[in-house]
Design a binder for this molecule. Structure first.
Ligand code: SF4
Ligand code: SF4
Length: 328
């Protein structure tokens, strides 16, 4: 087996304190049986043998900082030679948390920020005050975490579209930030799969004016030439344009590349892609080195090869060029 993992995300908790318009994870109140920190460490040690130095571990959620041992796992990952990234909504990052994050050696944190307008961000994230928490998180992280790159990540919705250029302007001129990135809108988390969701009850998220959304992407492509902080690759932005124009047409010319991904759910289930069979569970001590090469993984890879879904994982999490030379 010469395929190596290219992406790993540990969705370390499903808990969250926000009530975002685009995510219903917060409605799920069921107690879950999460893996222990030691079980995660075993998994990370085994994964490390499959990948090169600097391979990135993404800690996501829910709100990843709600998982008690997440910074212990960040420290463990960094000491093992991984690069560690946390996606956070910023709510919990007060002075003390920023100090703990600095001590963990975290390489990068991506804070959700959908607008530089306070009421727009608070509306989209469903809780008043979250914008101010993100702003103070940036200050505290910058004060303590000198080696942690701080980025903001924004989802392109109909509601915030008009305010996205001011957000870029603010971010590229903010010396506390290393990057600004974007994601395409998706059907809300924790809702049953709906075909053509952008036309159904969630279409309030979808940019109504396709030309306007594409003009915005063109502007980002232009700004990217002069601002290195706009980190999102050209090919991914081009794919967003295809997606806005024809959301039901697969954005890739070849196949989905998530056959090289490793996802672990909050309860420890290991997947290549959540759409297909799980490979094992880290609470059972399953070894990713064996799972990666298993017949089940190869069966899942066949399904992935035939899947034509413009999903969040493909467009937003691990987008790769179809071409031999990646455009950056
Ligand atoms: S999108 Fe993120 S921050 Fe918002 S409710 Fe879902 S998990 Fe929480
Ligand atoms: S395109 Fe299909 S196989 Fe690929 S990540 Fe999305 S749902 Fe999974």
């Amino acid at each position: 087996m010469d395929i190596k993992p290219g992406f790993c995300c540990l969705g370390i908790t499903d808990k969250c304190m926000l009530k975002c318009q685009m995510c219903y994870k917060w409605q799920d109140k069921e107690a879950q049986n999460y893996p222990t920190v030691e079980q995660y460490k075993k998994f990370l040690s085994e994964l490390r043998e499959l990948v090169d130095e600097g391979f990135r571990i993404n800690f996501g959620g829910g709100e990843a900082l709600l998982f008690e041992g997440v910074l212990d796992l960040v420290r463990f990952s960094v000491d093992k030679g991984f690069s560690a990234n946390i996606a956070s909504n910023g709510w919990l990052i007060n002075e003390q948390m920023a100090q703990r994050i600095a001590d963990s050696g975290l390489n990068e944190i991506n804070l959700s920020l959908d607008s530089i307008d306070e009421s727009t961000h608070d509306y989209l994230r469903g809780v008043k005050g979250v914008y101010r928490r993100v702003m103070s998180a940036i200050e505290y992280l910058n004060k303590y975490s000198k080696n942690t790159r701080i980025g903001v990540c924004c989802v392109i919705y109909d509601y915030n579209l008009d305010g996205l250029l001011p957000l870029i302007d603010w971010a590229v001129n903010n010396d506390k930030l290393s990057s600004i990135s974007f994601m395409a809108p998706m059907q809300p988390n924790n809702t049953g799969v709906e075909k053509e969701w952008w036309e159904g009850k969630y279409n309030f998220l979808w940019p109504k004016d396709t030309d306007k959304a594409c003009r915005f992407i063109d502007k980002v492509l232009e700004l990217k030439k002069i601002h290195s902080k706009i980190g999102i690759p050209v090919v991914q932005l081009e794919a967003f344009k295809h997606y806005f124009r024809c959301p039901d047409k697969f954005v890739k010319k070849t196949k989905c590349n998530l056959d090289r991904a490793v996802h672990v759910s909050a309860v420890g289930d290991i997947f290549l892609c959540f759409r297909w069979d799980r490979l094992g569970n880290i609470k059972n001590g399953d070894d990713i080195r064996e799972l990666w090469q298993s017949g089940r993984a190869n069966d899942v890879r066949k399904n992935i090869g035939n899947c034509k879904d413009n999903c969040h994982f493909l467009l937003n999490c691990f987008f790769e060029s179809d071409y031999p030379f990646a455009l950056v």
